[in-house]
Design a protein around this ligand. Structure first.
Ligand code: KIV
Length: 257
């Protein structure tokens, strides 16, 4: 199994490959190629059609995380703590401890910077590995635009990165920030940066698997779509429907005598 120590050693060395997974099917494939598998709260929108990740419940995440972790042999599995489950260090620890016990995940991810430093320190002190998440923060923003264009925002995001790194996180996701800011952060923090819409200068990359497979509907510019599974699935569903209507399915091969 890949440990957080191994992830740390990859900084400025070997690009870190990460993807999301919410099910055993994707986990089994991702595990062959990824260093980190994130059970992301993006599942609310991707799987359940929610409008934001704010509606995702911790128990829903636990069910998916169990499936992912049970079918992952090599990758580090990170559990994305949903909205309002880590509002203070005591609540964060109570929830994270339960998550780690029930899912056997290897680490948790929290969104936020300077404001959550005490929470990160507390969790790390209690033995829970933490991955940070800065830049665009889907749990708390209503403004889904690229971050780091104006100077104040840039300074704040850099401060957030430095604070999280010092607090003891083992890696930071940087979401949707301008290239030169991602480069500056990556140069200045001691832990690996994992970019999603944050340029090739990060130490690793992550995408939502359904986005890159072409299973999601609207995609941000930073997603590279490697295929269009929506089309592929539709093709087979259409074929099946036709077979049923034409009484071509089930055939003699699919029945019991
Ligand atoms: O929830 C998620 O999938 C994430 C990634 C986009 C990093 O947080």
């Amino acid at each position: 199994m890949i440990s957080t120590k191994k992830i740390l050693k990859k900084k400025s060395n070997t690009p870190i490959v990460c993807l999301t997974a919410y099910s055993q099917n994707i986990a089994k494939i991702a595990d062959k190629y990824c260093d980190i598998i994130l059970v992301g709260d993006s599942l609310g929108m991707v799987l359940y059609g929610m409008r934001t990740t704010r509606d995702v419940k911790i128990d829903t995440m636990i069910v998916h995380a169990k499936a992912v972790k049970n079918f992952t042999k090599k990758s580090l599995v990170v559990f994305d703590m949903p909205y309002k489950t880590y509002e203070n260090k005591f609540l964060a620890y109570k929830n994270a401890k339960r998550v780690m016990k029930l899912t056997k995940c290897d680490a948790i991810k929290l969104e936020g910077g300077v404001k959550i430093v005490n929470i990160i320190k507390h969790l790390v002190k209690k033995g829970i590995p933490v991955m940070g998440h800065i830049g665009l923060l889907p749990q708390t923003t209503n403004n889904f635009k690229v971050k780091g264009i104006n100077l104040n925002q840039r300074k704040q995001i850099l401060k957030d990165a430095l604070a999280i790194s010092k607090a003891g996180a083992f890696a930071i996701v940087i979401e949707c920030v301008v290239e030169n800011l991602a480069k500056e952060i990556t140069k200045n923090v001691s832990i690996p940066t994992i970019g999603i819409g944050a340029s090739k200068y990060c130490d690793g990359q992550i995408l939502v698997t359904e986005d890159m497979l072409g299973l999601s509907n609207s995609l941000p510019k930073f997603v590279k779509q490697y295929g269009n599974l929506n089309k592929v699935i539709e093709k087979y569903v259409k074929k099946y429907a036709k077979d049923v209507k034409m009484k071509r399915f089930p055939s003699h091969k699919n029945i019991y005598k």
